[in-house]
Structure formats: structure tokens, C-alpha cells
Design a binder for this molecule. Sequence first.
Ligand code: BES
Ligand code: ZN
Length: 455
Amino acid sequence: MPDLREYLESNRERHLDELVEFLRIPSVSAKSEHREDVARAAGWLAERMLEAGLRTAEVIPTAGHPVVLGEWRGARGAPTLLVYGHYDVQPAEPLDEWTSPPFEPAIRDGNLYARGSVDDKGQLYLHLKAVESHLAVRGSLPVNVVFLIEGEEEIGSAHLPEFLRAQRERLACDAVLISDTTMFAPGLPSITMGLRGLAYMEIRVRGARSDLHSGSYGGAVANPANALAEMIAKLKDADGRITIPGFYDSVRELTEAEREAMRALPFEEEEFRGEVGVASVEGERGFSTLERIWARPTLDVNGLLSGYTGEGAKTVLPGRAMAKVSMRLVPDQDHETIEKMFIEHIRSIAPPGVAVEVEALHGGQPWRADPTEPIFAAAARALERAFGRAPVFVREGGSIPIVQAFQQTLAAPVVLLGFGLPGENAHAPNEWFSLDNYARGAEAIAYLYDELTGG
Ligand code: BES
Ligand code: ZN
């Protein structure tokens, strides 16, 4: 009888072909023109779940995009793992910056290039291959598994909390497993112990009834673009601190031990600068780059729109301006409280002569793991078996909005075992996933089932 590794190795080509097929479906959740594609990806995934050996697989409609729920509950008395992932992807724009088209997967240098390769289709799919390997090699799994794969993560998981509450009993589990994060460095497996939360805002500023001649009216009529820029500039001080009153009230400061653990990681600032293409790093005074990304809140403009931006010069006083602003949050900030503070603060600094509207578009709570949960030791052993190296414990600056809700609603620990890599271009042109990590990730997850049951 082959072992799990042999099985995964001898089926590597087929597993890759399947992933390529999955990646060809442009399941962009943010765009209504892709609604059918999103639905098609859900249906495709449910079929593959049954093929892998799950006993049930359902596409369950929500008020938004559907949830795919698959179950194998043949290990009576054994722990139940809930595997979460998302089959939706970010828009692929700007298309002309892709070396090969985003929905025509291509392999270069051992990496698979396509939108969604690492975030998150490839990473969720390796869990299904881990299940398949156990069922094919041994005919059963040592644990029960429930796959909960959603189609709205990239737009804030608006309908999932309600789904969790409604299906709370069916989704009861001993732990939630997620692969939607990155490893700290190539060959260095990582367990993510913290995520930032998010408050995503839109500011709309209106001035005159319409655009005006900037010579005839400029200087006498308020300019919404100027007003917006003024407000944005006031949101941070010279030390890079956010000026919204009360913003830092619930921020849990890092302990000296936590700062020490971060300093001990093999982080090269020069490499980091090279990766993103900047001459120097920037941020809140008094904190290192890793601290700024993992444990400090931020405020960033994500988009700006106003006036004339076409070729050449047009003298115009814009009638409107708009900005999208995100705040990444850290424990114990609450996204709803922060959203209210932001709205109030913007109103209080709005200059005269313009009308300002502020709206919260979506949000998510920050999250921290409880490192004393025994599953982290089992996960560390499984990673070490697959990668030949003990994992490091890290955090991420990004957000997975549903994670905190899992911990609260299901009262189960959440374990983030990610197999992406720095520079993977998630959300950007030329997103890629290391094929080696795809294979090792599947192996690690297959071992984890054994580690949890003493196998
Ligand atoms: N896979 C990411 C989360 C992530 C980001 C992990 C960065 C590791 C590093 C996830 O799909 C994502 O991008 N989430 C969004 C959530 C938002 C749209 C609510 C994010 O962080 O921007
Ligand atoms: Zn993701």
C-alpha cells in the first residue's frame, strides 16, 4: 500500500491539471458581470469534492454568492475539522501588466501564474487533495471534515456571519483550518497567530452644482478636491500617528517578549525594500517594519477620484471628489467603533463650502490566536514532517474577516497554515503559487489529520 506522500507524488500531474481548470473560471466576486462565473466555480468545486470522496457536497445559495459545503463524517468519536477557504478572486486589472493572461494559467520557474492561484483557489484545493489521499490510500480519514468554502471573502464576507449563526449546530467543530496566508520565507513553514481587522470607508465631497470654469469661479467657490486633500492630510501627524480622537484607545501594546520574538525572525529590510521597489520604509515612529505591518493600525487612501485626469490640461473646478480609505485594525479595536469615530471626525474637520458624506463599505474584526491551544503543537509537527523544518509563528497584516466570527460563533480555535510566499502578487498582476508549496501543503495537511489522532 502506498503511503500518503507517494500517493500525492504519483498524482501530482492530475492534481495540477484540476487546479488549472479551477483557475480558468474567472470567479471575480466584486463584478456583477462575473456572477455566472462565480456560480460555475461553486458548482465545479462541489463536483470535485464528491470526486475526492466527501460524502456530501452542496452549493447553498445566500443573499450574495453561494457557499459550498462538503462533509465527510465517517470517523465516529474523532475530532471534527472545519476547513474554510474562498473560491472567489480579486479583479485581475490592470490586464496589460500580466505576462500571461490572468485566467489562462501558465507555469514559469516552478510557479503557477494565474489570478487566484495562491489567493485562494490553490490553497483551498490542496486541502481537498489531502482528504483524497487519505481516502484513496486507507479508505477512511482519522478525523471528520467539513469544507466551508465561500464566494465573498474578497468583498468582505457580508453574508457569512449570518450563515454561521443559522448553521451553528451543523458547523460545530473542534478546530477551524485555513490556508489563505503566506509563509515567512521560502522553505520556512509558518503558522499565523494574528490578523489585522479592517474598516473600509468612502468619502464623497460635493461642491458646486457641476464642474465650473476654474478661472471664472476659482478662489470664490470651494474646490471639493482641495477640501478632500486637506481632510486626508489631517488624518495623520508628523510621527505617522492617526489623529482621529480615541483611535488608539483599545490598541493592545506589544509586550517586550512579543517584540523580541519578531526581532528574532529572519527579516531583511533591504530585501523587503527590493521586493516592493522603494528606496526607504515609512511608518509610525518607534516601530519596526514587522511591528508596523503586524501589530499597529493604519490609515491608507486606496483610491482617489476628482476632476480632469485625461490627456493634457483642462482648466476646471471639479464639482465632486471621492476617496476610498481603509484602516487596518489590531486587537482589541472594534471595526464598528472605529467606523463611527472616522465618520464623526471627518464631519468635524470638513471645510466650509462643501457637503461631505462618509460611508462604511465593509469591515472585519482583528484576530489573535490563543497559543496554548494544543492543536498548534500538532500543526507544528505536521508542518515539520512535510517541510523538514520546524515552523515559525508569525502574524499577517492582511485580514480574513470571518476568522474572529469563527472563534466566537463556533467557539473553536482557528489555525492558519498558509503556503503562499512573499512577493506572490496576491491582488496584483502576475499572482503566482509555488507548485512545490502546493505539493508540500497537501502533504502537511494530510499529516495533520494523523497528528491530531496520534497516528
Ligand atoms: N488571503 C487574503 C488575506 C491575506 C492578506 C493573507 C495578506 C496574508 C496576507 C484575503 O483573501 C484578503 O485579501 N482579504 C482581504 C479582506 C478584505 C477584502 C475584507 C484583505 O485583507 O484585504
Ligand atoms: Zn484570500
